[in-house]
Design a protein around this ligand. Structure first.
Ligand SMILES: [Zn+2]
Length: 306
């Protein structure tokens, strides 16, 4: 029998997969799961887990926020991730339809769930910086925002029905059996938030922010750096312009996963490592710094084998 514990869900997922066959999408989804499981300050009212048989299909519960017509309701959702996640967004379906101008037959039409299109607008749409947790938090505020419909009484009736239907919904694909039998359950620490806020010390908060937005690897797991956009004069090869973006991107994301956009979908052409002090790997940093400069000067990723 497996020992239940803090890492039980991730252990279960890992055991069911052959480590050697894991793709980047698998690894990123496991990171997303760890983020939800290991959070010190639980996100109130959202929870999600992958189905036991399929890491690319997750079921989630979102609670209707207090002081809204949705209060008391728990809504069950399905997130389906493409094999290209996190380069492409998941498709999200809410099992019980709710009266909302952007929900059509259960499918949710939301800006952050639209594939980023460089022709439309820089800085909008999906970005790989989103995780399951941040998607759900955004959904929670988006789905239950005030509906500015003219017919208030009618909408309130519809919401009442939606809440009732959602609370008695029994899912055919997972163990969720309505409000009284939730799967996945909400974080049991939810009600003791104040207690948990004091536990997190300053260093831990800083350390937590030193992660690659794309791979979610920490600065200790993989060299982090900044994306830069350098334009050159074609004839001479001289640097014409350079722009640096301040969100950390790992060498793995930039080289191996060919991520050439920032977390806000701005284009990057090159990468420069950043050194974070004593906890960081100094040798690795200097090695990559030399390589990064040579890459900017020669415009080539040849001989760049981190
Ligand atoms: Zn379900």
């Amino acid at each position: 029998m497996k020992k239940p514990g803090r890492h039980f869900d991730t252990a279960l997922v890992r055991n069911s997969l052959n480590e050697k066959l894991l793709t980047f999408s698998h690894k990123r989804l496991i990171k997303d799961l760890e983020e939800i499981q290991n959070e010190k300050i639980p996100t109130v009212g959202v929870t999600a887990r992958p189905l036991e048989t399929d890491l690319f299909t997750w079921h989630a519960n979102i609670r209707g926020p207090e002081k809204t017509p949705y209060e008391g309701g728990v809504f069950h959702l399905e997130l389906k991730f493409p094999q290209s996640y996190p380069n492409h967004p998941p498709t999200i379906r809410i099992f019980n339809n709710i009266p909302h101008p952007n929900v059509f037959g259960g499918y949710i039409c939301l800006d952050i769930l639209q594939q980023y299109d460089s022709k439309v607008e820089e800085g909008s749409g999906w970005t790989s910086a989103y995780s399951v947790q941040s998607i759900l938090t955004q959904l929670q505020s988006f789905l239950f925002e005030e509906n500015l419909s003219a017919d208030k009484a009618k909408v309130e009736m519809e919401i009442k029905k939606a809440v009732k239907d959602a609370n008695s919904f029994k899912c055919a694909s997972c163990k969720h059996g309505g409000k009284l039998s939730l799967w996945p359950a909400f974080n049991s620490k939810e009600n003791s938030i104040e207690e948990f806020e004091t536990i997190e010390d300053e260093n831990e908060i800083i350390r937590k922010e030193l992660i690659c937005f794309h791979t979610k690897l920490t600065y200790q797991q993989n060299q982090l750096g900044l994306g830069v956009n350098i334009s050159k004069i074609p004839r001479t090869g001289l640097i014409k312009d350079g722009e640096t973006f301040f969100d950390y991107i790992s060498i793995k994301a930039f080289i191996k996963e060919s991520r050439n956009l920032t977390s806000h979908n701005e284009k990057i052409t090159h990468w420069l490592p950043v050194y974070f002090g004593s906890g960081d790997n100094e040798d690795r940093f200097f090695h990559l710094l030399k390589k990064a400069f040579s890459m900017i000067m020669t415009n080539s990723t040849k001989n760049f084998r981190p």
